[in-house]
Ligand binder design. Structure first.
Ligand code: C2E
Ligand code: CA
Ligand code: CA
Ligand code: CA
Length: 275
């Protein structure tokens, strides 16, 4: 038994080494990937609960690796955050998103995910202001998606930055709502305009009665604070019906569209309804 335990531990160790090596390799390959134009933006529609029409798109970053294929953001963003590569990359995402969205019909919004590192180690306000100016996109059409992890350090500074951005007319979404510890306290202190209910709470609708109750409570809270409440990860009509019954304002998920390249997003814009 003991011997076997030792062997499986060594196996585990070898696997760990392999993973660490893999991370190191990817981090190295991230360097220069922006200059080599290996990143592209995909867009996923945000759909109105009332009419199933597109109200905007969330921008989701993709790395087209020359040999590994499409690397998902969950694999490379943490590495880009550790190495600092997220700073130029995140700036590129904001600029590129504004540039592309400026060509859409003017009622459509564009939502960009921001890393806490960008708040701590770059001048987000200046980057956003420049991107808006350069693209001609109205500030009211830009949404920034932030998770509560942004508040872990230097909370007061972060709140000041968010208030400045909001003062410029930019919208602010609290992403992955319900997965952290203190979403409510930040909802109270920061000028968020939207709550995005994490897809963990959507997945088991309509059967999971606890989740139905949670969704209903979040919708009531958001609505009474004057915010839009968006549900992520909507995959089935049954989930959509349940979310609509709870009063949810906006939906996002594979039911309407996967994240798609800019040209396909433009084709979706021309469709009258998404389901
Ligand atoms: P997120 O912001 O929560 O984005 C939503 C994720 O859910 C996306 O994964 C999207 O493709 C996926 N999704 C959308 N609809 C459905 C659905 O119906 N079912 C399921 N199962 N999944 C759905 P993706 O594109 O792999 O992105 C993962 C995460 O990477 C994002 O989570 C976000 O945190 C991060 N990310 C993506 N792009 C950027 C970026 O430009 N900057 C930063 N800092 N983070 C980004
Ligand atoms: Ca997001
Ligand atoms: Ca999310
Ligand atoms: Ca997430």
């Amino acid at each position: 038994m003991k011997q076997e335990g030792g062997r499986s531990f060594r196996f585990y160790e070898a696997q760990m080494d392999e993973q660490i090596e893999e991370c190191r390799a990817l981090t190295g390959e991230l360097r220069g990937a922006l200059e080599r134009r290996e990143f592209i933006l995909h867009f996923q529609p945000l759909v109105s609960a009332r009419a199933a029409t597109i109200e905007g798109f969330e921008v989701l970053l993709r790395w087209q690796h020359p040999t590994r294929g499409l690397v998902p953001p969950d694999e490379f963003i943490p590495l880009a955050e550790q190495s600092g590569a997220i700073i130029p990359l995140g700036q590129w995402v904001i600029r590129e998103a504004c540039r592309i969205a400026a060509a859409w019909p003017s009622k459509l919004t564009v939502a960009v995910n921001l890393s806490p590192i960008q708040f701590r180690h770059s001048d987000v306000v200046a980057i956003v202001r420049d991107a808006l100016q350069e693209s001609g996109l109205a500030a009211e059409r830009l949404e920034l998606e932030i998770t509560e992890s942004v508040f872990l350090e230097a909370t007061q500074e972060i709140l000041d930055i968010l208030r400045t951005l909001r003062g410029m007319g930019v919208s602010l979404s609290l992403d992955d709502f319900g997965t952290g510890y203190s979403s409510l306290s930040y909802l109270r202190r920061a000028p968020f305009t939207k709550i995005k209910i994490d897809r963990n709470f959507v997945r088991d609708l309509p059967d999971a009665k606890t989740d139905v109750a949670i969704v209903r409570a979040v919708v009531q809270l958001g609505t009474s604070l004057g915010m839009t409440v968006t549900a992520e990860g909507v995959e089935t009509l049954a989930q959509q019906t349940c979310l609509a019954e709870q009063g949810c304002h906006q939906f996002q998920g594979y039911l309407y569209s996967r994240p798609v390249p800019a040209d396909e997003a433009e084709a979706l814009i021309r469709k009258p309804r998404l389901n």
